[in-house]
Design a protein around this ligand. Structure first.
Ligand SMILES: Nc1ncnc2c1ncn2[C@@H]1O[C@H](COP(=O)(O)OP(=O)(O)OP(=O)(O)O)[C@@H](O)[C@H]1O
Length: 607
């Protein structure tokens, strides 16, 4: 451990208040376990500290962070730090990136910029800095991005001759005079919202926008409605009296040319997120809320800068894969049609986010504003079980092992969910697309408890509708018993290799549960199994046991279905009894009907 750096951080954190819990304990290893801290390769110094959005409040205690003399990246974004710019930061001579935006700093900008010879990115936007821009910024020969937007800066903009500068944002201050020649290569938006003279010789091709022109909410809505746009809209967070609060709307549109991106990311990639800022009112104000145990360090700015990819659209919204700049990838679900009030939404998020179980996908953070509701999950590289299902076939796999572990995990996860909120929490949307595999290959259920937040839920696609118990006519009224039914359908899907509702060659629509029951009733049980599974020896008993579980869970009468803890025991027993599995690939034959029809006859009769 870098002992002195560790002490500097402890002195810092013990002398400032903060609201989000941090795992910084004296006995733990600072380089491997402290949130937001990165050390150099030999763990002798801290080179990066990132504490965005952890609710830091007050002034930075002097002689604390300034002792981290090897630090290169310092991010204290989106907190509520106030007071003047810390003068002792002049000792941080190795700084390359400084992010202090969305705080409540006030007073003059430091005059000592020249000490940071390697400084590449400065973002001091959205604070309350006053005074003028120090000319020492001109000495920063590596500077590529500078944002001082949304402050109270005034005076003339100095002729900053910094050829390396690629991104500049000085908008929404009180600068006067004209834009100096050296900066006229930047778009007009970089200077919008100031009192600058209008005789600026911007290249004629640039769209001239009147100062203070901000997109209206109507504009935003129209844009989001356009088919070309794939976007996440995120409201900005800010604290304190400096009323420079933004709602950030991220849009991706290849045709769009406006870009509110303040700094960093000088190179635009296809598919990267673009940010639009619109003034935020009390109503639209929102902030990212993180849950305990979240070791991810990101804030809105990170999300906004992330390159995003649409993973798919579901009943409750669209899910994006967002690659953050620090290499972390998260899945961001943008909810639509949320009808409940903020308080109720937050309560449900707190309930869901508080669940920590190895078979339940953890909700890492959420965001609520009037216009946008987002949920942030870990990203599963392998995709959901539904996507994996076909990829997992063929030679060389352990027959049924995959299916069984998946089912055991999913059952345990659902059973755990059913114990939450005094036994009132229901998953409500069990299906293969909402199940992932955890690191041990066991099922992990995701996206619980969303239906109750929605004003209306569109009819599920036919394929998905087959998971829904017949007694559930409104998805918002799902029950423990209907979760059991959906789980049963999942089991049948795994065993048969068929979708819950599918069309046959003759385009006849087949309901999986009914089909399985009819085949079993006709004593052709072997016919239901996926031919892929039938290639393996010695698993028929296990297959049949699993089939019985699937059928028991999907009986028509909800009160006759087993409860989830019982289902867990049943699925676990299948594996226990039949261990170990043979890896032999010889053919097996079900030439005669198995006794399963008699054993499960009771269930099938009800379908
Ligand atoms: N955390 C995640 N990691 C990786 N892929 C994910 C993650 N969350 C969702 N996906 C995938 O993104 C796609 C879209 O997911 P989404 O949840 O929006 O829709 P859905 O699951 O099909 O429907 P619903 O809204 O009813 O849950 C699905 O293929 C899903 O498996």
């Amino acid at each position: 451990d870098p002992v002195q750096d560790k002490q500097a951080l402890l002195d810092f954190i013990n002398n400032i208040s903060y609201s989000r819990s941090l795992n910084w304990t004296e006995n733990s290893n600072i380089c491997t376990s402290w949130t937001g801290v990165t050390c150099n390769n030999d763990h002798t110094r801290i080179i990066s500290l990132r504490l965005p959005g952890i609710g830091l409040l007050g002034t930075i205690p002097p002689n604390t962070l300034s002792r981290l003399s090897a630090i290169q990246t310092l991010s204290l974004r989106s907190n509520a730090i106030n007071g003047p710019f810390p003068s002792d930061f002049s000792k941080l001579e190795n700084l390359t990136q400084l992010y202090l935006q969305f705080n409540e700093f006030s007073g003059d900008l430091p005059a000592f910029f020249s000490v940071w010879k390697n400084l590449n990115v400065i973002d001091l936007s959205n604070n309350g800095f006053t005074g003028s821009i120090p000319t020492s910024i001109s000495n920063l020969t590596h500077l590529s991005a500078l944002s001082l937007a949304n402050n109270l800066l005034s005076g003339e903009i100095p002729d900053l001759n910094v050829p390396s500068l690629e991104k500049l944002d000085l908008s929404n201050n009180s600068f006067t005079g004209s834009v100096p020649k050296s900066l006229q290569r930047f778009p007009v938006e970089a200077f919008a919202g100031n009192n600058l003279s209008s005789e600026i010789a911007f290249p004629p091709a640039l769209p001239i926008q009147p100062p203070n022109a901000q997109p209206t909410r109507e504009t935003t809505k129209t844009k989001l409605g356009e088919p070309a746009i794939l976007g996440i809209a995120i409201g900005g967070c800010a604290f304190g009296f400096v009323v420079i609060v933004v709602l950030m709307v991220i849009c991706y549109s290849p045709k769009e040319s406006e870009d509110g991106l303040p700094v960093k990311s000088p190179k635009k990639k296809e598919g990267s997120l673009k940010i639009k800022r619109v003034p935020e009112s009390k109503e639209t104000k929102g902030s990212v809320v993180f849950f305990e145990g979240c070791n991810l360090v990101f804030d809105l700015e990170d999300l906004l800068r992330a390159s995003a990819e649409v993973l798919g659209k579901g009943l409750f919204g669209t899910t994006y894969k967002a690659a953050l700049e620090d290499g972390t990838t998260v899945a961001v679900k943008r909810l639509k049609e949320v009808s409940v009030a903020k308080r109720e939404f937050e309560q449900q998020m707190e309930l869901i986010g508080g669940i920590r179980h190895e078979n339940v996908t953890p909700l890492r953070a959420y965001y609520y504003s009037k216009d946008e509701k987002l949920m942030v999950y870990d990203y599963y590289e392998q995709g959901c079980v539904s996507a994996m299902f076909h990829g997992n076939r063929g030679e060389g796999r352990n027959p049924l092992d995959w299916e069984t572990r998946l089912a055991i995990g999913a059952a345990r996860g659902i059973a755990h969910i059913h114990t939450q909120s005094g036994g009132k929490l229901v998953h409500g949307n069990i299906k293969a697309a909402n199940i992932f595999l955890n690191s041990q290959g066991y099922g992990c259920v995701s996206e619980m408890g969303l239906a109750t937040l929605m004003s209306q839920i569109p009819q599920p696609a036919m394929r998905v509708a087959g998971y829904r118990a017949t007694e559930v006519t409104d998805s918002r009224k799902a029950t423990h018993a209907s979760d059991v039914y959906s789980f049963g359908v999942l089991v049948l899907e795994l065993l048969t290799g068929k979708s819950p509702i599918h069309a046959t060659g003759g385009e006849e629509v087949v309901h999986l549960v009914r089909w399985v029951n009819s085949v079993v009733r006709e004593e052709w049980t072997a016919e239901v199994f996926d031919v892929e599974l039938l290639r393996y020896p010695n698993i028929e008993e296990e297959l049949v046991e699993m089939l019985q579980i699937g059928m028991a869970c999907t009986v028509r009468m909800p009160e006759q279905r087993p409860n989830m803890p019982d289902v867990v025991k049943m699925v676990e027993d299948v594996r226990r009894v039949n261990q170990p599995l043979s890896q032999n690939n010889s053919e097996i034959s079900f030439s005669t009907p198995t006794p399963v029809a008699a054993e499960v006859g009771h269930s099938s009769a009800q379908q």
